[in-house]
Design a protein around this ligand. Sequence first.
Ligand SMILES: [Zn+2]
Length: 395
Amino acid sequence: MALGTWAPANAAELRSMQLSATADSAVLTLALTDGPSPRVFTLDGPDRAVIDLPGTRAVRRMALPEPAGLVSAVRLGRQPGDTLRIVLELKSGVAVHSSQATGPSGQRQLTVSLGEPAAPPDPAPKPVRAAHEPGDGDRDVIVAVDAGHGGSDPGAIGHGGTREKDVTLAIARALAARIDAEPGMRAVLTRDRDEFLELRDRIQRAHAAHADMFLSVHADSIRDRSISGASVYILSVHGASSEAARELAEGQNAADLMGGALVDAGAAAPVVLDVAQQESIGLSATAAERVVSALEHVGEVRRAQVQRAGFVVLKSPGIPSMLIETAYISNPGEERRLRNPGQQARLADAICGGVRSYFVQNPPDGTRFKQERRVASAAVVAGAPGSTGAAPLDP
Ligand SMILES: [Zn+2]
């Protein structure tokens, strides 16, 4: 993937467009980075809805939604003054209504409704939550759970025929269910079926859902069948760690390489990161350490240290991101365990526990975790030994 796609610029970015439509209504949902307010209006003869996005550019090769129902064509063009214009050609004139919500890191979701409300967007991945207002106070933290590989990309294949794409989906589903059961936390799956997804689409789906964290679930493979255990990777600032680089050079991580999950690893050139990515690396390291230590309780961890490599899928700006190699599918014992729902649930429990402990310590603004932390620290202050009873709390 071209890094330029995510390079910072003065322009806001249009990152994805989703359209759902019936014969007499439609909803267009846009995921945008922080930028000027949009202008939405209609034209007739022929009937059109126009969305002007000042100071905005579309990410390269962004897929335009297929026209459907009320919408007979979708066009993208430029207007003077660096304005990106989206035109929806309509089969009939309808009322247009738009609303915009901003997530914690400035990502915006613009929803344009045409006619009577249409069905919500494609239910897979899980419905995108209405974006939270910064002052919400008690929103859930949203964890994007990304099942590695899928569709035409099977990932690694164990000696018993187990495909990585199947076990990653099973573990991702178990993990999402586990997260959803946790108060204050909610999961969004980047895929919930056997489909091929570009790495960029995985990141975009996480961003469209205003995720606070990105977890990519994989199973490792290596020629030496005796090697086992989990590893957790975060994005490296300086390219791959020497160990990961060596393994790659030997073709041992070929499955992820073929799936495009790894770039730059093995190369001496540093990974070029934007400011938001650099900021999130520190958070990623903290979160990944929590997950590694939680996984130590489930079984063998191959590397107790968090690993660093140039995984494309981790280049998600602004939120902590990690890639979890849950076990070695190339190890016959681990291949069997990976297929076992009990082991999948244990892995899900551990990962969820690690993620939860991270959010307890590092609660994003506006979340229930943040609120509980405030309440807890207030209680500690009020009940501190030697307290005169006049709690030093500002109203
Ligand atoms: Zn993989």
